[in-house]
Design a protein around this ligand. Structure first.
Ligand code: ADP
Ligand code: MG
Length: 551
């Protein structure tokens, strides 16, 4: 027997384990999904290695699950890549600090199901402690000359490493010593088969429970569309994303030119926080001839289409392509631009066929999609797909497109007006919009800072200039009739003029350097004064953003 050593977990790990064990009650079975998917990942790595190096050691690639009712153990074995001592310590003995703290917080807040969190944070292995008193991981790396090593822990404070002298085939064996009250349930083969079918059906390697093969291998994205039921799509989607809900929409395509690829993409019902943690979780899985090359590849789609989840499989890339070469690969760029085009076409069709459904999509993913203002190649299409709340909407939930706005615009109007504000109520009272209210000229309401960047980048839509209401030229507005009669102010008498001049002088005096100009205007009717930016300058809200950025 070799050296035996004992190692402490990082503090956060114990805390995390505690939460895993105590807050998740009904869904203990997902530990099996996590272990199976780790085994599958390990097998993919071997497959990749042997295909790119062109050699095969003849070991069957499979996952086996066996139980021992008397001992109360469940064992899961794979013939995958295995782990070296270093890898074992790094991968199983530690969890990235930041991820854990964040997970702990989210789990405690209880807003998201732990089920979805576990997969997202890559702490899958630890879920085994929901059902185990003790776990032993025995593994031998596929690296040449690697020695087998065993890791044992009760998942509380420390783990032990034991170097083994015996010879073992490459791969990993995990023995789960089940907690007393759970031993019956998880040594029941029929029950285990059910769990595998539910969570791990698309695993690309045979899974055996006892002697029986359970999963049905099907790379769904490679099957002809007409043969696939929506249940199969939903099942695949849930398997892929760990989302508990069905997908909102499915895009399944097969392309032959200019590159060959199959893509199966889904739009989830709800989006993740566009600038928060979900970001890490974006990207499509890239396969080459059914071999996983990279999970959540970030180059297949532009970031603003990151709400899409799914798989791309191509015949045209070499298997042994490295992640670095992927990044500036011409084929990858072609796939990306073709996919982007398809997504736009799909969304355009949805918007045209069913505006309500499109609005539903927009509410879930519009925040992220808006970042597409930077994609100048697709500017016009992008402009056709953005939506805003508007003074013409019934309430703050209403959405309108530029095209709808144009459809309602006044006859001689050649501008689309917009205003930024914290809420519909605030904008409804804004002095800048008084004249628009008076003349019933529609104004798009912008509530997010990014909205102004969108307007700034687009500048126009279909020949209509996008203009901030506070910069609107009065003579352009003058031609529109007012709803109220007393609109046109009577000419001022000499006496009134001089009073007004004096008043303006007092204002200038009092405000000093804080303003560049004080001037009388016919713009207002109900409000006495309003703050305005010099023409051609940023809108006041944009100005605020710029100031913060340049601090
Ligand atoms: P994730 O799978 O998201 O990386 P896990 O906690 O499930 O997170 O696993 C942590 C790491 O441990 C894996 O990334 C992998 O490197 C390693 N690992 C886990 N199980 C196995 C296995 N059966 N064979 C080889 N490596 C494994
Ligand atoms: Mg995992």
């Amino acid at each position: 027997m070799g050296r035996k050593t004992s190692h402490k977990f990082k503090a956060e790990v114990s805390q995390l384990l505690d939460i895993l064990v105590h807050s998740l009650y009904t869904n203990k079975e997902i530990f099996l999904r996590e272990l199976v998917s780790n085994a599958s990942d390990a097998l993919e790595k071997v497959r990749f290695k042997s295909q790119s190096e062109g050699e095969d050691d003849g070991v069957t690639q499979e996952i086996r699950i066996t139980v021992d009712k008397d001992a109360g153990t469940l064992t899961i074995t794979d013939t995958g890549i295995g782990m070296t001592r270093d890898e074992l310590m790094r991968n199983i003995g530690t969890i990235a600090h930041s991820g854990t703290a964040e997970l702990t917080r989210l789990a405690e807040e209880g807003k998201e199901s732990l089920d979805s969190l576990i997969g997202r944070f890559g702490v899958g292995f630890y879920s085994v402690y929901m059902v185990a008193d003790e776990v032993t991981v025995t593994t031998r790396s596929a690296e040449e000359g690697a020695a087998p090593i065993a890791w044992t822990s009760d998942g509380k404070t420390d783990y032990k490493l034991q170097e083994l002298d015996e010879d073992r085939p490459r791969g990993t064996e995990i023995v789960v010593h089940l907690k007393k009250d759970l031993a019956d349930r998880f040594t029941n083969e029929a029950h285990l088969k059910q769990i595998i079918n539910k969570h791990s059906n698309f695993i690309n390697f045979p899974i055996f429970v006892g002697e029986e093969r359970v999963n049905t291998i099907q790379a769904l994205w490679r099957e002809p569309k007409f043969q696939i039921t929506s249940d199969q799509y939903a099942e695949f989607y849930k398997f892929l994303t760990f989302d508990a809900e069905d997908p909102f929409d499915t895009l399944h395509t097969s392309v032959d030119a200019p590159v060959q690829f199959n893509a199966l993409m889904f739009i989830p019902k709800s989006g993740d926080d566009p600038f928060g943690l979900g970001r890490e979780n974006r990207g499509l899985d890239l396969y080459v001839r059914r071999v996983l090359i990279e999970k959540q590849n970030k180059d297949l789609l532009p970031e603003y289409l990151g709400f899409l989840k799914g798989v791309v499989d191509t015949e045209d890339l070499p298997l042994n392509i490295s992640r670095e070469t992927l990044q500036d690969n011409i084929l990858m760029r072609k796939i990306s631009s073709t996919l982007t085009k398809q997504v736009f076409t799909h969304l355009e069709k949805m918007a045209k066929d069913d505006a309500d459904r499109y609005n539903e999509f927009w509410r879930a993913h519009g925040e992220l999609f808006k970042a597409g203002y930077m994609d100048f190649l697709n500017k016009d299409k992008f402009g056709g797909l953005v939506r805003f709340n508007s003074s013409a909407s019934e309430d703050a939930k209403g959405l309108t497109s530029f095209a709808d706005y144009i459809g309602r615009a006044k006859e001689e109007q050649k501008e689309i007006y917009y205003a930024y504000g914290p809420s519909r109520e605030a904008l409804g009272l804004s002095p800048h919009l008084e004249v628009f209210r008076r003349k019933s000229i529609e104004v798009l309401y912008l509530y997010e800072p990014i909205d102004e960047f969108v307007m700034d980048a687009l500048r126009e839509f279909d020949g209509y200039a996008l203009v901030a209401a506070e910069h609107a030229e009065m003579d352009k507005l003058d031609k529109f009739e007012s709803l109220e009669k007393e609109d046109k102010p009577e000419a001022l008498s000499e006496e009134q003029k001089s009073t007004l001049d004096k008043l303006v002088a007092r204002f200038k005096d009092a405000l000093g350097d804080s303003v560049t100009e004080v001037k009388p205007s016919t713009r207002l009717s109900d409000s006495p004064v309003c703050l305005s930016n010099p023409d051609g300058q940023f809108t006041s809200s944009m100005d605020k953003i710029m100031r913060v950025m340049h601090k």
